[in-house]
Ligand binder design. Structure first.
Ligand SMILES: [Zn+2]
Length: 322
């Protein structure tokens, strides 16, 4: 990242997701000036997806008043940041292992392209323009369908081997517990994410717990989402609140371990499932605070992510500044 904001150029950020390819043009001042999204169409294969990314770069660059100075691409999986090759990308069809995506895009568009893991892009965005701005040491966590995260140390993002630092979702909090997509048992991810909340809420409805949750979805339990559980909890439903508190508590144990390890100034939580002020947020933060005794936990700030839906493209665009 550029040391001086005044030296930053216009850059394009691309957030490659399983459903959409999001593109944005970022001004030197850090404003999104243009953006759009197209379906990823991952089943069309790697070449087709790379072609769509190149088209997005082309559209964004045409909106810039001067030539863009670089492009960043956020990838939902492993990237080799040195070579610009993708590694294992589990959420996209096709074989992305070892594909020279950065050089393919540079050749197609004429711009230098840098790859970054999507969780790292979130960290770069919140660090550069969001809730972790100015932090020397920080922890960034997203809780959604999965749990992602990243680390800031000495005012810089920490990437680690394969860009995999900060995978807080795969801290084991319950040895021998629920099977996780990573191959472990007992990771926090399958206990604290949106699917976990939904499954547990449905289970309690089916098992006859005294809850008004079914009324929030017209009796169709398939329509229960983490947002519905949150809505019911806010309306005073004790079962809904317990489901959120249980999930939040598991997240809080993982956060406590990470906070004890890193002693961050700030913990940024984003991703939509543990929203600030929700029962899950409150349980996560209070559990984390209650279980760290090795640093001045009162001085650790727990704050919601600031950039929301745009964090992926903003982080990629900041990364594209080089
Ligand atoms: Zn795991």
């Amino acid at each position: 990242m550029s040391g001086h904001p005044g030296e930053a150029g216009w850059t394009v950020g691309i957030d490659l997701g399983g459903t959409f390819i999001k593109s944005a043009l970022l001004s030197p001042e850090g404003e999104i000036v243009a953006q759009d999204r197209v379906p990823t169409g991952g089943h069309d294969g790697v070449d087709a997806v790379v072609g769509r990314i190149a088209e997005g770069i082309g559209r964004m660059s045409m909106s810039a008043p001067v030539a863009v100075s670089g492009v960043g691409l956020g990838v939902p999986g492993q990237v080799d940041m040195a070579t610009g090759h993708t590694g294992d990308v589990p959420n996209l069809p096709g074989n992305w292992e070892g594909v020279p995506v950065a050089s393919m895009l540079a050749e197609a568009t004429g711009f230098p392209v840098r790859l970054i893991n999507d969780a790292s892009a979130f960290v770069v965005a919140e660090m550069g323009l969001g809730a972790a701005r100015g932090a020397d040491t920080g922890l960034c966590v997203t809780v959604g369908t999965g749990i992602g995260g990243g680390i800031i140390a000495h005012g810089r993002p920490v990437f680690g081997l394969g860009g995999a630092s900060g995978e807080i979702g795969h801290i084991i909090v319950q040895p021998g517990g629920v099977a996780c997509s990573c191959g472990n048992r007992g990771c926090v991810e399958p206990l604290a994410t949106g699917p976990a909340i939904r499954a547990e809420a449905v289970r309690r409805c089916v098992q006859g717990f005294s809850t008004r949750l079914p009324q929030f979805v017209g009796g169709d339990l398939n329509l229960i989402t983490p947002e519905v559980v949150d809505e019911a909890a806010r309306a005073g439903d004790a079962v809904a609140r317990e489901v959120l508190e249980d999930a939040g508590r598991w997240l809080g144990y993982a956060l406590a371990g990470a906070v004890a390890f890193l002693a961050p100034e700030v913990v940024v939580i984003g991703g939509g499932v543990a929203r600030e002020g929700s029962a899950s947020w409150n349980a996560a933060v209070s559990t984390a605070r209650a279980n760290v005794h090795t640093c001045e936990i009162d001085q650790v700030r727990f704050v919601p992510a600031a950039l929301g839906y745009d964090a992926g493209v903003i982080g990629a665009a900041l990364w594209g500044r080089g």
